[in-house]
Design a binder for this molecule. Sequence first.
Ligand SMILES: C[S@@+](CC[C@H](N)C(=O)[O-])C[C@H]1O[C@@H](n2cnc3c(N)ncnc32)[C@H](O)[C@@H]1O
Length: 269
Amino acid sequence: MSSPPDSVRSALSKYLILPKLIRLSRSAPKDRAVAWDRYWAGIARTGAKSEVLWDSGTDHEVLGYRDALERHFDPALPVVDIGCGHGGFSRALAAFYPRVLGVDVSAHAVARARGESAGLDNVSFVRRDMTQPGAGTGLVGPGDVNVFIRGVLHVLDRTDQGALMDNVLQLVGTRGAVFLAETNFQGNPVEYVSHLGASVRNIPAPLELAIRKLPMPGRFGPEELARVLPADRWSLLEDGLATIETNPMTDAPGDSLIPGYFALLRARQ
Ligand SMILES: C[S@@+](CC[C@H](N)C(=O)[O-])C[C@H]1O[C@@H](n2cnc3c(N)ncnc32)[C@H](O)[C@@H]1O
């Protein structure tokens, strides 16, 4: 029997990483909230030379969303950044909106976000699991808010996505809007980690840390949106392709860009 052509061999060779991926991901806690908090507890550096996979260390991505936000966010309303992590996006938003509140399920993420935001008086942080019933109650006092979500829905299962959006529906009320930007990579986990620069010889450190400590992420695009934000409850104002900018872990510029999806929505009356 003749051997397969080089192109087929090279396409298949990336799957040699599979046993290592399975071994690494076995150590991630099954409880998602525990996994996130342990992950953040172990992070020593963000920004330049960040250890965090989805941290590009710049405001470039959020500035790309600014026109769309301006079209639909009432600028007088506070912004709640759900799943804020170390607060990089919350701080960037605080330059344009009167008040920003970052919310995260991880106490270590919130502590880190507070520490990195010292001196900014219009941004604050609170720990809350936004999939719990009533989690939006009392977050920012009475009144509607705008909600910003980046890279959170694709890390939740479908039940938790629905539960989180139920809380968002209460938060936005009649005047607020929700912006979301999510990873929407069309491929299997091996293709995903290969895209981010992993090979059988080497896995970039921020990627390896995420594989070892966190649940395997999914994707979130128009199909998922239609399931989780049904048209009888939400009006879609605008959506489209986004590019999720991650930690530049290799010298190949494309490796740090993940195909994504953004949408802006308002609650139906
Ligand atoms: C991929 S990170 C994105 C962080 C941040 N939005 C960013 O883009 O830099 C996902 C974040 O969502 C948080 N998270 C996960 N589940 C959550 C929940 N149920 N409620 C609130 N935050 C949650 C995690 O702790 C983590 O900080």
